[in-house]
Design a protein around this ligand. Structure first.
Ligand SMILES: Cc1cc2nc3c(=O)[nH]c(=O)nc-3n(C[C@H](O)[C@H](O)[C@H](O)COP(=O)(O)O)c2cc1C
Length: 313
């Protein structure tokens, strides 16, 4: 029987981000209305070898229902083995076919898999035969502008039993430069029947609505827009329902995140990174960030964040 991608309550999904989507951050996005959250990409081989740091990243929050894990790897057996190990804990298993980072593509994983769509198809089939979870993949537009093969990959993925497909509208070569191509996302949506999740350059509720209306995708993934403003999920959900939305002070968002880090025992360096991300774009915050990078403990970090908010008002 075909495994179904669950029907989600809202349309905005938190996109996986290495070093950003830790469990406490995901719980915050869930609290603000993210339809789905996903771990950052995890190395299949590291899971199989029970690498301590990687196992730490397998934590999930009770609110993450359904839950999703993203795996990467180029060796089929390693990815399948890792999927089997995590299959009871996570509802959906996503395979990263989009990462453009050299340290990943040099191993044949991430977006490098787009050079061999048959390998992606074979991996999806094998995963489907090995675990009960719906299998999803996250791809890019293609390798470069000359080899844009997202439609071919999407059709093959659907035929091989993928339950949904997410597409970032940039090529491997582009990295994060230029603009995401929502034309190709729209074409992919028109080419397959499984849910298509569009991705790229949504920073405001207005961007979200415009891209959703244009492409008619089922859902949209948000990465950088959520990294600096996790409250974007509430803003989008409100905007889609009422045409209006409010802003929430970023320092207040940070303190809500901080409460969740206590529950999940998040390490200080991760908390500090979020403090830096959350304050981006705030008036006069460059000086604050200069201070934050040097801070070594949580007490001091909290004090600087509180002082900044007081001076802001
Ligand atoms: C810091 C950072 C880390 C990322 N890590 C991952 C990852 O682990 N897995 C993945 O599929 N994509 C990863 N991405 C890509 C995003 O999920 C997303 O596809 C991309 O940023 C485009 O979406 P945006 O325009 O909403 O930012 C990462 C992006 C950023 C900025």
């Amino acid at each position: 029987m075909k495994k179904q991608f669950p029907k989600l309550k809202n349309k905005a999904i938190l996109s996986p981000m290495a070093g950003v989507t830790d469990v406490a951050f995901r719980a915050l996005c869930k609290k603000y209305g993210a339809a789905l959250t996903c771990t950052e990409f995890l190395n299949s081989t590291a899971i199989n070898r029970k690498n301590k740091r990687t196992l730490e990243m397998l934590k999930k929050d009770k609110s993450e229902k359904p839950s999703q894990i993203q795996l990467f790897g180029s060796n089929e057996d390693e990815v399948v083995k890792a999927a089997q190990l995590v299959s009871k804990k996570f509802d959906i298993i996503d395979i990263n076919c989009g990462c453009p980072a050299w340290k990943v593509i040099k191993t044949g994983a991430g977006s490098e898999l787009l050079k061999n769509p048959k390998q992606i198809a074979s991996l999806i089939k094998k995963l489907n035969n090995s675990v009960k979870n719906p299998i999803t993949i996250k791809i890019r537009k293609g390798i470069n502008d000359k080899t844009t093969n997202a439609i071919e990959v999407a059709r093959l993925a659907e035929k091989s039993g993928a339950s949904a497909l997410a597409i970032h509208g940039r090529t491997q070569k582009q990295g994060y430069s230029g603009k995401a191509d929502w034309e190709i996302i729209k074409k992919v949506k028109q080419s397959i029947k499984i849910p298509v999740i569009g991705n790229g350059d949504v920073f405001t509720p207005e961007d979200f609505k415009e891209k959703l209306d244009f492409s008619e995708v089922d859902y949209i993934l948000i990465a950088r827009g959520a990294m600096t403003n996790p409250y974007i999920f509430k803003q989008i959900n409100d905007y889609m329902k009422t045409g209006k939305y409010k802003h929430k002070n970023k320092i207040d968002q940070f303190f809500e995140y901080l409460t969740l880090t206590k529950k999940h025992k998040t390490e200080f360096q991760i908390i500090k990174r979020h403090a830096i991300n959350f304050t981006k774009g705030m008036k006069g915050s460059a000086r604050l960030r200069d201070k934050l990078v040097k801070i070594k403990d949580l007490k001091e970090l909290s004090k600087e964040m509180k002082d900044f908010k007081q001076n802001e008002i």
